[in-house]
Design a protein around this ligand. Structure first.
Ligand SMILES: [Zn+2]
Length: 459
């Protein structure tokens, strides 16, 4: 997956891509597949250098700051770590080797300013990924101030050194690598020449991924590189693209200051990934209630089982009719969930199914728990947790409670109520409470209408 160019804080458009691919990864793992996820950092780029220049800082300081932000955001959003996060600046030699090969094969040319360009006219299928014809692309191409380009669609594999910019030495002169090449080199290095899925935001289809594909096919053969491409729709604000110039960029840290990260995850999952998502902070509100329902089902179920069950399959012949009905019903939700996920990751529908399962647990399972064996309840519990885990929610099933403090406060509360009972002379009820507390190891002594308690010791 094409990762960040670390020159600014993570915004909701980036986070949508990261959360979605985390759901994809979790779903594959749910199906029992082994996932190797590589997310690369473009840690040398015009945007980084411009920012460093305008702030008078070293460019490496800029990349370190925002790579740190990326990791922090991912951790908060419960995004599982990638297998590798390769950085461009740590793979310069690999890129130089790839460019050498492209020049030798006649697909790239060196210009007098020590840049190297890829010649797109040499690639017969150029435009294939974005479904565009090369002639139309040429006609619509923006004329950029790159005087040495042979064709308007050619792109830089290597950018010749400019004053004040970092550079690395190569046989054709000093400079730094170009964006499109980087992902090809790093992806194939860690995933092999052919791998299953490559993805990123919708805005990367053209020219970035088209160019990646062109390079990869030359370097590694016509059926190399990604078997499937997945592009996540853009996040807009009031129908407009987020941009610095419009000043409408929403940062993840600002969303997380108001909402639980799991609420944000559910919100992202509620739109099919290819569709655009028009973001508005208030839209997250309803996912608070949904998350609360998911936790409620969990907490009730956990309470009736008392301890976490590990039963993952059960013998249908040994079930009562009621138990069989419950298992069949839960399994039908699971099938529906998988059917939606298998249909190009229809997360909004899969989420609705999960919510229905949660409601079924709250209304039917928990209320008839005494008629269901621990084995069946444990099966339902672990099945439910597995589905929640695909969305990356229910990470906080153990609430952050200070039990010692809570116990003290609850005893104080009981004694306060008992005092009130004594004031209205309900002695029998007051005595019953004292006897029950004593059984729990709490000794209560009364002094006039005030009561004191201590732990009862067997001395
Ligand atoms: Zn890329």
């Amino acid at each position: 997956m094409c990762g960040p160019t670390p020159y600014d804080y993570t915004h909701v458009g980036h986070a949508r891509v990261y959360v979605f691919f985390d759901i994809v990864r979790r779903y594959f793992e749910y199906l029992g597949l082994e996932v190797k996820l590589v997310v690369n950092f473009t840690d040398i780029d015009d945007k980084i250098l411009n920012r460093a220049r305008s702030e008078g800082r070293d460019w490496r300081e800029i990349t370190e700051t925002y790579i740190k932000d990326y990791y922090e955001v991912c951790e908060k959003l419960h995004i599982k770590p990638a297998y590798k996060n390769p950085r461009v600046t740590e793979h310069i030699q690999d890129m130089v080797d790839a460019i050498k090969k492209l020049i030798e094969l006649g697909y790239a040319y060196v210009t007098p300013d020590h840049s190297v360009y890829f010649d797109v006219t040499k690639v017969p299928n150029y435009g294939e990924l974005s479904h565009q014809k090369i002639e139309e692309l040429i006609a619509g191409a923006r004329v950029e101030p790159e005087p040495y380009k042979r064709n308007p669609l050619d792109f830089a594999l290597w950018k010749g050194r400019k004053p004040g910019e970092p550079w690395w030495e190569t046989p054709w002169g000093p400079g730094r690598p170009g964006w499109h090449l980087e992902c090809v080199v790093m992806a194939t290095k860690y995933l092999g020449q052919v791998f299953d899925i490559h993805g990123g935001g919708q805005d990367l289809v053209f020219p970035h991924h088209e160019n990646e594909l062109a390079i990869a096919r030359v370097l590694h053969g016509p059926s190399s590189f990604a078997r499937y491409w997945m592009h996540v729709g853009l996040v807009t604000i009031k129908g407009e693209k987020m941009s610095k110039s419009l000043g409408n960029i929403v940062l993840v840290k600002d969303v997380l200051a108001k909402y639980n990260p799991e609420v944000f995850r559910l919100y992202i999952a509620s739109t099919q990934y290819r569709k655009p998502l028009d973001f508005a902070m208030e839209h997250l509100e309803q996912y608070r209630t949904i998350l609360d329902t998911l936790y409620t089902a969990h907490d009730y179920l956990k309470e009736v089982i008392k301890e976490r069950g590990t039963v993952t399959s059960i013998d249908p012949d040994r079930l009562s009719d009621r138990e069989r009905d419950a298992v069949v019903k839960v399994n039908s939700y699971v099938e529906e969930f998988e059917k939606y996920m298998n249909n190009d990751f229809n997360t909004p529908k899969a989420l609705s199914t999960l919510i229905s399962l949660a409601k079924y647990i709250i209304t039917t399972i928990v209320t008839s728990e005494e008629k269901l064996s621990t084995e069946v309840l444990s099966y339902i519990y672990s099945t439910y947790l597995d589905l929640c885990n695909v969305f990356g929610v229910l990470n906080e099933v153990t609430p952050p409670v200070n039990y010692e403090k809570l116990v003290h406060e609850l005893i104080d509360l009981v004694l306060e109520i008992r005092s009130d009972l004594r004031k209205i002379k309900l002695w029998e009820l007051a005595d019953k409470i004292r006897a029950k507390l004593s059984e729990l190891g709490i000794a209560v002594s009364d002094y006039r209408l005030k009561s004191y308690w201590k732990w009862r010791r067997n001395i």
